[in-house]
Design a protein around this ligand. Structure first.
Ligand SMILES: Nc1ncnc2c1ncn2[C@@H]1O[C@H](COP(=O)(O)OP(=O)(O)OP(=O)(O)O)[C@@H](O)[C@H]1O
Length: 251
């Protein structure tokens, strides 16, 4: 990750959205969104309820085809998505380790036995989110915040190139938020492009860019300061430059 504004680092772009429009029954959830995400960078997406944040993630993940516009990802890009609510997971007859192991399926296939390296990756992801002591517990007996962390571990275990997280900190206590924010920084430093939807920029610690959605379009995009100071007190993204593209602005 760049440590100063003048550092020129070749950040490979793993997502390019151009003039994205999404209509639901005549209502435009996204209106002409341009956005780039590059390896090694954390992009925060903020905006009011209904402004289009989850829709933007769904389009970025390839789960939802835009009504118009282009979505480009380099061939072979692995996308990991942690959806907004993981409460449904409470009903799944899976342990934390089972859930995180599923994160290796794309790499390994669901029917092949895990290699030692896969198991190590699963254990590492569980450790990163601080759930090692609960690794054998069924999801149904975890608290909401613990379950949220299990899903985050699953996403980490995927070794994704592009990690999309929809309010990953919701329901987490302060210590867990800090652990999750640190995990995100670690994966970004390892070269993953991270897009995080949040209602609270401060909980993310440091980010490289902020994209504010208002009624389905990017109202403004801001870069974090060059030395990557904490975002606390930076809730007014109007400090940033006004333009349509977010992560193309390098920190
Ligand atoms: N499948 C759908 N069918 C119809 N309308 C939808 C659908 N998904 C989203 N919308 C509408 O699109 C708009 C954007 O929704 P979206 O879920 O992307 O917002 P959001 O910014 O993620 O909101 P929140 O902060 O509440 O999670 C909203 O007006 C929503 O009602």
């Amino acid at each position: 990750m760049p440590s100063s504004a003048t550092t020129v680092t070749p950040h490979q772009r793993v997502l390019e959205l151009r003039d994205i429009r999404v209509s639901f029954d005549g209502h435009e959830a996204l209106r002409g969104v341009d956005l780039d995400a590059a390896r090694g960078e954390i992009l925060a997406v903020v905006g009011a309820n209904g402004s289009g944040k989850s829709t933007l993630l769904a389009v970025s993940a390839g789960l939802l085809a835009p009504t118009s516009g282009t979505v480009r990802r380099p061939a072979g890009t692995r996308v990991g998505l942690v959806p907004q609510s993981t409460n449904d997971g409470a009903r799944l007859p899976l342990t934390v380790t089972d859930l995180v192991t599923m994160g290796r399926w794309r790499e390994r296939g669901p029917f092949l036995p895990l290699r030692r390296s896969d198991r190590a990756r699963v254990a590492e992801a569980i450790e990163t989110v601080g759930l090692t002591a609960l690794a054998r517990r069924p999801l149904g007996v975890l608290s909401g915040g613990q379950r949220q962390r299990a899903y985050l571990a699953q996403a980490l275990a995927q070794d994704a190139d592009l990690l999309l997280l929809d309010e990953p900190m919701s329901g987490l206590d302060a210590a867990s938020r800090e652990a999750a924010a640190s995990a995100l920084s670690t994966v970004a430093r390892a070269g993953v492009a991270v897009i995080v939807v949040t209602h609270d920029l401060a909980e993310l610690g440091t980010v490289d860019a902020v994209c504010r959605l208002v009624d389905g379009h990017i109202a403004d995009a801001s870069t974090e300061s060059a030395d990557r100071a904490p975002l606390a007190g930076f809730s007014d993204a109007s400090r940033g430059r006004e333009h349509g593209s977010a992560a193309s602005v390098r920190a």
